[in-house]
Write a protein that binds this ligand. Structure first.
Ligand code: HEC
Length: 217
């Protein structure tokens, strides 16, 4: 009984001392058992600074700085007659028509070079989950992420703009990858996804005769 009372008293003491003073304010410096990184030399927004001649913490942007990820040409952006031709181009920027429905088409001239760019970016950004041929058998499958296969009628019939939108904003459990890709790269991936879909439906008649004899068909 005595031991129990002692333990009980200690418990009450512990609860009161840990929880009891939470939320109360004090002007005294708190006891810091683990200071972590609470105190460090740093710049504050709109703070004063003796190091710089203008006395400000905020540093003005160096000339020719462009926000990350836009891949805009720095020299062009700062020239007086710069005009961003893509502004307002919803199909190109969002993969949507002006009425909000998905745009079905390709805003660049498709070329082999663009497919190659798509293949390269696809291998970097999509293969891990969707697999090299887009059948959903990426390495992440072993860890429980089942990415959709592109080889179903539903995805084959999907407007190009919808695939573009999925790349940029993600869908369901897939996160968007727009921040890693510029406009051309995103559309190049759409093109490559189409090429993958076509590759899985190809038959003998798609091959040039030289290839056919090479394969002994
Ligand atoms: C981290 C893993 C991961 C990466 C990387 C990834 N995806 Fe996905 N993707 C998924 C998953 C998971 C789904 C299924 C999402 C769902 O249905 O909730 C999916 C679904 C899709 C779909 C089908 C959506 C639908 O309507 O069913 C398409 C198309 C697609 N991804 C394209 C891409 C492309 C193109 C890339 C590369 C730019 C990419 N994904 C990168 C995991 C990924």
């Amino acid at each position: 009984m005595r031991t129990f009372l002692i333990i009980y008293a200690l418990l009450i003491f512990a609860v009161v001392s840990i929880a009891g003073f939470r939320g109360s304010k004090t002007r005294n410096t708190p006891i810091e058992i683990f200071p972590d990184m609470d105190h460090q030399a740093k710049f504050h927004p709109q703070g004063a600074n003796t190091l710089f001649r203008d006395g400000r913490d905020d540093r003005p942007k160096p000339e020719f700085t462009v926000a990350r990820g836009t891949k805009l040409n720095q020299k062009e952006v700062f020239s007086e007659d710069f005009e961003d031709a893509t502004i307002g181009d919803r199909p190109l920027l969002e993969g949507r028509n002006d009425d909000g429905s998905f745009y079905d088409g390709f805003p660049f001239d498709p070329s082999y070079e663009l497919i190659e760019l798509g293949r390269q970016r696809y291998d970097i950004h999509c293969t891990v989950c969707h697999g090299a041929v887009g059948d959903g058998a990426g390495i992440t499958r072993n860890y429980g992420i089942a990415a959709t296969s592109y080889h179903s009628d539903r995805i084959r019939d999907m407007p190009d703009g919808e695939i573009y939108d999925i790349i940029v904003n993600g869908k369901g459990t897939m996160f968007g990858l727009g921040h890693n890709l510029d406009l051309r790269e995103r559309w190049a991936i759409v093109l490559y996804v189409r090429a993958l879909q076509r590759s899985q439906l190809a038959d003998k008649s798609d091959l040039p005769s030289a290839k056919l004899s090479e394969l002994g068909l």
